[in-house]
Design a protein around this ligand. Structure first.
Ligand code: NAP
Length: 295
């Protein structure tokens, strides 16, 4: 590891919990490989996140990632918000400016790149989103932008699913995109209303996240029989119960580990004003695979 000195730039991730995070491994690998004088640390925030961000700015911290549960709350702490983050209603990256932090959202960049690599395209597809939190919101906005034919949002709290559906409709009206897309909001138990057997589903709840790996947000076989592709945004464990249930019905399943890596790369590029060469991206993926962190 490179020597930390008085000029070392400090970056990190804020959230609660953050002790499980893979982000320091990713960013410190890139720093080392690119020969930069920078260090990336986890900061678990137990108090007021707005004060924490203010303190980080005063301490000279150059940039931060933001994770659960602060992605929306942190929007009140930034001096400026990028248009995409504004649309999504959540910020996962803070970039230092002269007047405060500017908030960005690189989650969609990460998820798009993972899907692209896996050869999954969304235009004209029937998509189901499980959940209505920050990750679901980012995924829903991506689906609308990519022209899916139907978008069905299922959430434990049905009202939140309805709010998300309304936000997507409002965004489409504003941008005049994805006209003709049918959006529906349902409670989780109403999955039987899904028509057809060719849905692409994004699992965007926190159910199944380690150490609750024996749980899936929907367990009924009849749900998985309606799918053709199952994407779990969770990446620990590497194979979630949701993925196992999908694969049991012969459905292609993938986790969110590549999304995590690619959103991290997009954040790193914002902080450092650079594009990371493909060769270094591949070295990073190799390193994380060897460490057993992705796969
Ligand atoms: P969030 O805003 O806190 O939303 C959590 C969602 O999970 C809500 O829809 C909530 O439903 C649902 N939920 C929680 N407990 C549940 C339960 N017991 N039964 C049914 N539904 C439940 O979190 P988030 O930021 O959207 O993150 C969601 C997941 O995505 C996390 O596991 C996170 O690790 C993952 N993620 C991965 C990446 C990546 O790079 N791979 C990026 C972002 C997020 P209610 O509304 O009913 O409470």
């Amino acid at each position: 590891m490179h020597e930390i000195g008085g000029n070392t730039r400090v970056l990190g991730v804020i959230g609660n919990p953050v002790r499980h995070t893979m982000s320091p491994k990713i960013h410190n690998f890139l720093t080392e490989r690119l020969g930069q004088d920078m260090v990336y640390l986890p900061f678990e925030v137990h108090g007021d996140v707005i004060q924490a961000v203010g303190g980080a700015y005063e301490l000279g911290i150059v940039g931060m990632n933001v994770t659960v549960p602060y992605k929306s709350a942190v929007m009140e702490a930034v001096s400026e918000t990028d248009a995409e983050a504004c649309r999504i209603g959540a910020v996962n990256t803070l970039v230092r400016t002269d007047t405060g932090y500017k908030g960005y959202n690189t989650d969609v960049i990460g998820l798009r790149r993972e899907l692209q690599e896996a050869g999954v395209t969304l235009a004209g597809e029937q998509v189901v989103i499980l959940g209505a939190g920050g990750a679901a919101r980012a995924t829903a906005m991506m689906c609308a932008a990519d022209g899916v034919s139907t978008l069905c949002i299922l959430n434990r709290n049905r009202e939140k699913a309805e709010e998300l559906a309304a936000a997507v409709r409002a965004c489409m009206l504003q941008k005049d995109t994805a006209s003709g897309m049918y959006i529906q909001a349902l409670g989780l138990e109403e999955y039987e209303q899904l028509q057809g057997k060719e849905h692409i589903v994004f699992q965007c709840t926190s159910v199944g996240l380690s150490p609750w790996e024996d749980e899936a947000v929907i367990e009924a076989r009849t749900f998985y029989q309606k799918l053709k592709c199952a994407v779990d945004l969770i990446y620990t464990p590497r194979q979630t119960k949701f993925m196992k249930l999908a694969e049991h019905e012969g459905v292609r399943a993938m986790n969110g580990s590549k999304m995590l890596v690619y959103q991290a790369i997009a954040s790193y590029e914002l902080w450092n004003g650079m594009t990371i060469p493909e060769q270094i991206v591949n070295e990073l993926l190799g390193y994380l695979t060897e460490e057993g962190l992705i796969g």
